[in-house]
Design a protein around this ligand. Structure first.
Ligand code: PLP
Length: 353
């Protein structure tokens, strides 16, 4: 067995999740961009997504796109975070399309594309309430007009992103606003735009309900495919695997200890002052994984165990009545935050099979 802490990633389950979502959304004429950023652009996972029928790949980091590009010459890959001006050259070289909100950046992408004898696709992102990236709707017409002037830019369409920063839920109101905007722009400019990208995994509740999805013809899905849950409430999505990815950590100490610390209580290593209830003696287990590797608040432990603390390198469990041998492993289901942290920690092994 490969060292713990360890992420075990089951490609068949990820494939199933992606295929089911691709099929359900196809009924609504919505294509899926498989978002790979939480997997560091893993080639095996990208392949599973493509095999499951996603139409394009998307990632927020050019480094991930670069490695996927080397393996997949022909696949359309989008940069779904607004490009850094300083990375215009790589963005044009490695991605086909990028999501944009600044004319200065689009200008730099066009100049780079000219040098590289390419045409770079641009999706303009619209602000619809969540207050992260996006052009204010009233400025869209002039942004499209300016974007169309660049020689080496192909205007591909519009998109929006909700829920990530402020938790604003995609619903009939904001999605209709995006559809109406698409109609208005099409009429004004006399084209029919190719892509209207309605959002991320948090759009699934809306998209798969009994609504008219209007002009929305693309969603960008990461979390729902990888973790099988709806980011708006973290409830499992019917029919999807929620254990495609698990996190295992090794037991390094088990002792009967008081549940309440003794001594004067000040700040902990992470700055919080903890108040503990006295539950008498408990069986406390220490695991060799900590804040450097995982988000302790984002791990679901096995039944009858409880996470009661964490520091940089330790996770502390109330083992309940469970006998945990030293050296045994405990398996958790990570949420998105724990998954991101584990994926980016060099101390966590990743086993993809
Ligand atoms: C991360 C991200 C996504 C995917 O979000 P999930 O919730 O993982 O589906 C989609 N679009 C943008 C712009 C993102 O940054």
């Amino acid at each position: 067995m490969i060292n713990a802490p360890r992420l075990d990633i089951n490609l068949d389950k990820i494939h199933d999740n992606a295929r089911i979502l691709v099929e359900r959304l196809a009924d609504k004429n919505i294509s899926v961009t498989g978002v790979t950023k939480a997997t560091l652009g893993s080639l095996k996972i990208a392949e599973a997504l493509l095999h499951a029928g996603v139409s394009t790949l998307g990632d927020s980091r050019i480094e991930n796109i670069k490695s996927m590009r080397h393996a997949h010459d022909k696949v359309q890959i989008s940069l779904i975070r607004s490009p850094m001006l300083s990375q215009a050259k790589q963005v044009v070289h490695y991605s086909d399309v990028s999501h944009n909100t600044e004319l200065e950046v689009i200008g730099a992408l066009s100049a780079e594309a000219q040098k590289q004898k390419r045409v770079h696709g641009v999706i303009l992102m619209v602000e619809l309430g969540d207050l992260r990236e996006g052009i204010m709707p009233c400025d869209m017409e002039s942004m499209v007009r300016e974007t169309l002037k660049f020689s080496n830019i192909a205007f591909k369409g519009i998109g929006t992103n909700l829920a990530c920063r402020s938790g604003v839920s995609p619903d009939a109101t904001n999605m209709n606003e995006l559809s109406t905007l698409a109609d208005t722009l099409d009429t004004t400019f006399g084209f029919v735009m190719e892509t209207i990208s309605g959002g991320n995994s948090s759009n699934l509740g809306w998209a798969l309900s009994d609504v008219d999805t209007g002009r929305i013809n693309n969603l960008r899905l990461g979390e729902a495919i990888l973790l099988g849950c709806d980011p708006l409430n973290r409830e499992p999505i019917e029919g999807l695997h929620i254990d495609a990815i698990t996190l295992s950590a090794e037991v390094i100490e088990v002792k009967i200890k008081p549940s309440k610390p003794r001594g004067d209580i000040a700040e902990t290593a992470f700055g919080t002052v903890k108040t503990s209830k006295d539950n008498g003696l408990i069986s406390q287990a220490l695991l060799a994984a900590g804040e450097q590797d995982i988000d302790p608040n984002g791990l679901l432990p096995p039944d009858c165990m409880e996470i009661i603390g964490a520091s940089s390198d330790h996770l502390i469990l109330n083992a309940g009545s469970q006998q945990l041998p030293i050296g045994s492993e405990i398996k958790f289901i990570p949420n998105y935050s724990a998954l991101l942290r584990a994926m980016t920690s060099p101390f966590v092994s990743k086993v993809i099979e």
